[in-house]
Design a protein around this ligand. Structure first.
Ligand code: AP5
Ligand code: MG
Length: 217
């Protein structure tokens, strides 16, 4: 049976940042639906073309496309013992589909850490974010600067500012989170999986709190 964790939280809460650290320490796959979409966008695949207009507008990509994409990824052999999900599920339909998929494959969700950060802080985090082109590694010009300006410490690729990190798009993404994703908080609370994590601390403090919930195998 595999152990799956879902990182829940608004845009800019630090899901990607924390998932990178935990995935490396625990040697488990980090599955970010946003990163998979961005890879497809860069490679100009059919999936990328379909997702682009939703992403640029700060809207969610339709469930049918997203659910199939993530199920395909979770069906890869490297996920047989578990994975850390970041940015999926994001709607009640995605959450139901994930539960069904995991159950069918004899897996379960161990915990759903909710990284909580108030909206004002999210905006300043996203406006200072730089992302690596190759693998989506995340930096912040003030809170997590790269060693060399605009170059990824890990793979040496160029850093860029995400198209959807513009102020107006960020506001829309936060609204979409409140409307469509926040209902998952009660969904997972009722299942007994939800653990609230204070995401306003420094990156290391948040990691520490997450490791009280996430156990490396
Ligand atoms: P996605 O890529 O998932 O974006 P998101 O959920 O909006 O989340 P972010 O990546 O913006 O934030 P994060 O929580 O990962 O924060 P990060 O660690 O980078 O989705 C993008 C789009 O793809 C969606 O809008 C949608 O169109 C589509 N999509 C994706 N999944 C989908 C789904 N399931 N269904 C439908 N559509 C989907 O941190 C932010 C910044 O803060 C960084 O600069 C970081 O260095 C800094 N930082 C992090 N932690 C701290 C800290 N503790 N203190 C100070 N700074 C910090
Ligand atoms: Mg992210």
């Amino acid at each position: 049976m595999g152990s799956f964790y879902v990182l829940l939280g608004p845009p800019g809460a630090g899901k990607g940042t924390q998932a990178e650290i935990i995935a490396e320490k625990c040697a488990i796959p980090h599955i970010s639906s946003g990163n998979i979409f961005r890879e497809n966008l860069q490679n100009e695949t059919e999936l990328g073309k379909k997702a682009k207009k939703f992403m640029d507008a700060g809207e969610l990509v339709p469930d049918e496309i997203t659910i199939n994409m993530v199920k395909d990824r979770l069906s890869q052999p490297d996920c047989k013992d578990g994975a850390l999900l970041d940015g999926f599920p994001r709607t009640p339909a995605q959450a139901e589909a994930l539960s069904e998929f995991l159950e069918e494959n004899g897996h379960k969700i161990e915990a759903v850490p909710l990284i909580y950060v108030p909206s004002e802080e999210l905006i300043s985090r996203l406006s200072g974010r730089w992302t690596c082109k190759e693998k989506g590694h995340v930096y912040h010009m003030k809170y997590k600067p790269p060693k060399n300006e605009k170059i990824c410490d890990i793979d040496g690729s160029e850093l860029y500012q995400r198209e959807d990190d513009k102020k107006e798009t960020v506001a829309q993404r936060i609204k979409v989170y409140e409307d469509q994703t926040a209902p998952l908080i009660s969904f997972y609370r009722e299942k007994g999986n939800l653990v609230r994590i204070d995401g306003t601390k420094a990156i290391e403090g948040v990691t520490e709190a997450l490791f009280r919930v996430i156990n490396c195998k």
